[in-house]
Design a protein around this ligand. Structure first.
Ligand SMILES: *Cc1c(COP(=O)(O)O)cnc(C)c1O
Length: 358
């Protein structure tokens, strides 16, 4: 038998979650965000399951090229635009849509000689202060682009800093956006998953869901299941050893857990080299034989330890769920002081993936 750790990807759940996004924003087109290898789920696998989306959003030219070479003719947005002007001929040839988030990028693309018309997005900084041009410079940026015959459609966009927790900040950013763009009559895109689910006034022409497509909630107080989503990735393994530990003995590296009484513990084939967070401390939720229990001590490179007190029948070979169906990834993330996004995108390439449909 090979090492039992496996990531199961339920492609029917992806399609279901897309339909939840559509139902929540019925008048908008959906740009499925598949950056970071589709949040760790596999770019091409996710794209196939999400082909009913109206477009895809990626980060790197290479990802867009992969989608085009697989035959996807959808609009494809490059979320950070081009990193080097040398990418522009390929962007034009493949009819990709770069986001222009600095004025110099707009100038460069306007002055380039390109073989095909390029549709672009202009990203405005409405308060997140990460990427985006100052709205005051929008008129000159638009003028430069409109003067270039090879620039096709222009979409305006922005990104929310706190759509998952702070309604007032969404309203401020939305107001800034509307002041700068309301009179222009151009298509607009604002909403990530959190805004899509909670702030209908942000829906506009294109919504940009990411995390919700993968079945996780963008909100701390709700899981994906609470809002009608289905988990897509289930990370499963098995116990590869069972130990009996005496009261007062330590478990694992650094003896970070010391047994409070005589107890049975299990060793799971999954460690930080698989993407499980090393900073998961004692008490992180985990399922053994379908039963909720907790991790103990430090996570090792290839293994972690679990408490079998609540699972007396557990044995070598018992099934373990690290997250997914039966154990929301959000609960694991919260216990580790992080977010589901980080856990999902960290899945290591060495973990075999098995695809299922439902
Ligand atoms: C990643 C990303 C999204 C998707 O965000 P989620 O919170 O995963 O829904 C949307 N828009 C932009 C610009 C992004 O970079």
């Amino acid at each position: 038998m090979s090492r039992p750790l496996i990531a199961r990807i339920d492609t029917a759940a992806l399609a279901h979650n897309l339909s939840v996004a559509r139902a929540a924003a019925p008048n908008s087109k959906v740009l499925a965000v598949v950056k970071a290898d589709a949040y760790g789920h596999g770019l091409l696998r996710a794209a196939r399951a999400l082909r009913a989306a109206d477009g895809f959003a990626v980060l790197r030219l290479e990802e867009a090229m992969q989608l085009r070479s697989e035959g996807y003719s959808h609009p494809i947005v490059l979320l950070e635009g081009f990193f080097d002007p040398e990418e522009l001929p390929e962007i034009a040839r493949l009819r990709l849509r770069p986001v222009l988030h600095r004025t110099d990028q707009a100038d460069i693309i306007a002055r380039s000689r390109l073989s095909h018309r390029v549709d672009v997005l202009i990203k405005l900084n409405t308060g997140m202060n990460r990427l985006g041009i100052n709205p005051k410079r929008l008129p000159e940026t638009l003028a430069a682009l409109r003067a270039a015959p090879h620039i096709g459609g222009i979409t305006l966009m922005t990104h929310f800093a706190s759509a998952d927790e702070d309604d007032a900040s969404v309203e401020r950013q939305l107001a800034n956006f509307q002041v700068a763009t309301g009179h222009l009559g151009l298509p607009c895109s604002l909403a990530n998953s959190a805004a899509l689910l909670r702030h209908p006034p942000t829906h506009a022409d294109w919504v940009r869901p990411g995390i919700m497509l993968y079945g996780a909630s963008p909100f701390v107080e709700q899981t994906g299941e609470d809002i009608g989503l289905l988990p897509v990735m289930t990370l499963e393994s098995k116990l590869i050893s069972v130990q009996f530990v005496r009261k007062g003995e330590g478990v694992g590296y650094g003896a970070r857990f010391v047994a409070e009484r005589d107890m049975k513990i299990g060793i799971v084939a999954c460690g930080y080299a698989d993407g499980y967070p090393r900073h998961a401390g004692t008490g992180t939720p985990i399922l053994v034989g379908g039963q909720l229990t907790r991790t103990l001590g430090r996570v090792s490179m290839d293994m972690l330890n679990v408490d079998l007190t609540a699972v007396p029948t557990a044995h070598v070979g018992s099934d373990v769920t690290l997250w997914g169906v039966g154990l929301p990834v959000e609960h694991v993330a919260t216990a580790c002081g992080t977010i589901s996004y980080e856990l999902l995108t960290a899945l290591a390439p060495r973990v075999p993936v098995e695809e299922s449909e439902g």
